[in-house]
Ligand binder design. Structure first.
Ligand SMILES: Cc1cc2nc3c(=O)[nH]c(=O)nc-3n(C[C@H](O)[C@H](O)[C@H](O)COP(=O)(O)OP(=O)(O)OC[C@H]3O[C@@H](n4cnc5c(N)ncnc54)[C@H](O)[C@@H]3O)c2cc1C
Length: 379
């Protein structure tokens, strides 16, 4: 083992989860004597995504935000709903703002080493990279497990999307309000929607998204974005400044099964994406806080998984989207018209009581939910 390649903690992947964990190590004196490495193949200089999330009041990333909204709209096929956010704001954070901030913070800490390498394999406490071999007492790995790609037992729905940041010649948007989901433009009986995030009167991110079991050809997204901008936003003249594209896996796969005494999956690879929504930014913050606590106090971070009953609810909704994909728009329209948005956000943040959860499901589509529950119980 080469000098300087042995660590107490090693983070594989300097993306959202890896960098948030590294920042937490920087900010806690408990870890100031530890030798820490973060292994990442890229220099993270590209704005490869935009994170949106809801949060009550001010939050720890507010200085990095591009925009935030206190009001939003939901468009179902039948009607539009003005969403009641209560105390929540919906916030938009460009990934590059976060990467630049995190890298600058990490570089101020000499006990944390940023290593540009690609990990090929992990065996016990040994990490084999393309350039070097490393040894670490604890390993936090954000690579998505290969077994997940082969798995056929779990319910998996994909969230593929494409977005354009557009600029218009005239004032077209209201930057005070955004469109959370718009189901008016469908595609072949599938669950798909558009959302619009206006950053100024002339600039907005418009994104077309599916919740589907299998991927759809790329040309469909371009056609839908064009159609939506023309027919629903009534905008004819605009330029495309940026393109954002990705696929978020929404799955009941037990990612944490790969964890062991000194090895922990984190981020998407650790199941930190909320299975029923694809959101993960705030979950990463929560999971990192839990992980730091367990490293300091209980020394058993592999136990940090999701609350079982919420995992079950996620699976119930995933099962509906998987088995009866065309029902999605109806389900979401009912959900957002019969419940207040802030009640749903609380539920999705897994902070509700059992009674509150029953109320949301009862108001949504009780028959469909019951059928999905029985379908899962019979498995
Ligand atoms: C385009 C896009 C937009 C999204 N928008 C939102 C949103 O609005 N709100 C929200 O809550 N969630 C969103 N998500 C979901 C989720 O928040 C992100 O995917 C998030 O980046 C996941 O964090 P992560 O650390 O698991 O993965 P990543 O941020 O992708 O980081 C993984 C890192 O691991 C590195 N890596 C990969 N292989 C290796 C290897 N072999 N060795 C070493 N390093 C390796 C990669 O280079 C990467 O930097 C979005 C996802 C995508 C793809």
């Amino acid at each position: 083992m080469k000098e300087g390649h042995t660590f107490d903690y090693t983070i594989i992947g300097g993306g959202l989860a890896g960098m948030q964990l590294a920042l937490a190590f920087c900010n806690d004196s408990f870890f100031s004597e530890k030798r820490i490495a973060i292994i990442e193949p890229s220099s993270k200089t590209i704005n490869d995504k935009t994170w949106c999330f809801w949060e009550k009041g001010s939050g720890k990333w507010d200085n990095l935000l591009l925009h935030q909204w206190e009001t939003g709209l939901f468009y179902g096929a039948q009607k539009s709903i003005s969403m009641d956010f209560g105390d929540y704001s919906y916030k938009m954070l460009p990934a590059l703002n976060f990467y630049n901030f995190a890298k600058a913070e990490i570089s101020k800490n000499s006990h944390i080493k940023w290593i540009e390498d690609r990990v090929v394999k992990v065996t016990g406490d040994e990490i084999i990279g393309e350039n070097n071999v490393y040894k670490s007492s604890w390993i936090f790995d954000s690579r998505v497990p290969e077994k997940f790609q082969e798995d056929s037992k779990s319910v998996t729905v994909l969230q593929p999307f494409k977005g354009w940041v557009i600029e218009t010649e005239k004032d077209e948007f209201d930057p005070e309000s955004f469109t959370f989901m718009d189901y008016r433009l469908g595609h072949e009986d599938k669950t798909c929607f558009t959302y619009v995030l206006p950053i100024s009167k002339r600039k907005a991110l418009v994104e077309f998204t599916f919740f589907i079991p299998e991927l759809i050809e790329d040309r469909v997204y371009d056609e839908k974005l064009k159609q939506f901008i023309s027919e629903k936003l009534n905008i004819e003249s605009y330029s495309i400044l940026e393109v954002e594209q990705g696929v978020i896996p929404m799955s009941s796969y037990p990612f944490w099964n790969e964890n062991n005494k000194n090895y922990l999956k984190i981020g998407t690879g650790g199941g930190w994406v909320k299975a029923s929504t694809g959101y993960s930014f705030k979950n990463v913050e929560r999971k990192v806080a839990e992980l730091i606590n367990s490293l300091k106090f209980t020394k058993t971070p592999q136990k940090a998984a999701w609350q079982k009953r919420f995992r079950f609810y996620d699976e119930v909704l995933l099962n509906i989207l998987y088995q009866k994909n065309k029902k999605g728009p109806e389900v979401f329209e009912r959900m957002y018209s019969k419940n207040k948005a802030h009640e749903i956000f609380k539920f999705l943040d897994e902070e509700t009581t059992f009674t509150e959860e029953l109320k949301i499901m009862w108001n949504t589509d009780r028959l469909l939910f019951m059928k999905s529950v029985f379908g899962l119980l019979k498995k």
